[in-house]
Unconditional design. Sequence first.
Length: 421
Amino acid sequence: MHQPSIPHLSATDPDLAALVEAEATRQHDKVRLIASENYVSPAVLEATGSVLTNKYSEGYPGRRYYEGQQVVDPIEELAQARARQLFGVDHANVQPYSGSPANLAVHLAFMRPGDTFLSLELAHGGHLTHGSPVSISGKWLRPVHYGVGRETGRVDMDEVRDLARKERPKVIFCGGTAIPRTIDFPAFAEIARETGAVLVADIAHIAGLVAGGAHPSPAGHAGVITTTTHKTLRGPRGAMIMTTGEHATAIDKAIFPGLQGGPHNHTTAAIAVALKEAAREEFRTYARQIVANAQALAGALTERGFDLISGGTDNHLILIDLTKKDIGGKPAAKALDRAGIELNFNTVPFDPRKPWSPSGIRLGTAAVTTRGLTEEHMTSIAVWVDRAVAAADDEAALGTIAAEIRDLLGGFPMPGWGPAR
Ligand SMILES: *Cc1c(COP(=O)(O)O)cnc(C)c1O
């Protein structure tokens, strides 16, 4: 039985209802360490599942192409105002369908085909939309990449400055998808200013930490800030682009009509709810606990001989090179999943292996922190990870770990769903 119950879905489509139920159980029973995932609140789930999904609203509040916006306009204005307030920015566009379209809108707003931009190399922690050769951003534009130091695992700001002076990029991206360390927004801003580039901070991963005061904010440094809303920020799947007054119109036009049609109003409403939740004092505590948990997990893994890129973490994310453990990232991730620990295989900087079977795994603590786990549990998780990696071919051992994990998690309710009693 799904709790809260889903009687209409069960009646109309029992097969699909059973799949939803199975996914809820899976999310309940596993230690979810995928760094980009979380558990949204019941309030966010309700907004996402509301009748707002029925409404078309092309345009922006007060300037729509369809009638009947008496309710949707104030909803979108509320989301915008809360984003401006929470992140301390002049302008917020809450319409991007997700993080990738948000970044595509940045490319459209500031560049023409063939233009040069600077970003972190994908294999060093960047994102596909930051100019990977398989992405439109790499096919139609000319990305130049900076990387991390082989020894330090950190971005070298001198390299960024040299590349910016040499290449004169239109845009400089900072931020990425596998960066365990604090991003130096003031240093990026100085380089962008000197070389006449627009600085874009993609805070998709760390938005919740920024909102909760657990990571420095790019506001006041980056002219444009893109973010997803569903990672550490703990909102619905969606995105926002926040800007200074100077870039507001270019970004709004790039999203609509440049790239998208009607905004997803149910998502806009759920973003507004998530932003309200993220402005609370409890969320500041949550953000600090995410980092405390990641640091505790990093310490416990290091003690067990795991090789952490950059030697640790400042945020929610840990990147591990498994080379010394004599196992690839992919077989390790698959064994861990069977042991009830869900994460992803990941390229590590200077990885000698291919992206489809790389050397590393990536872990994050946003979801387990939402479940209420604290530092002491991170030690248990490190022990489980160690045992599972060592017993990757031993199904019985993996099954034992999965049962121990189910046992622990039974004491930590999952927002929005509970197992039948
Ligand atoms: C997740 C992520 C994105 C893309 O978001 P999607 O919603 O998956 O399209 C963009 N940039 C960064 C840095 C990300 O981590």
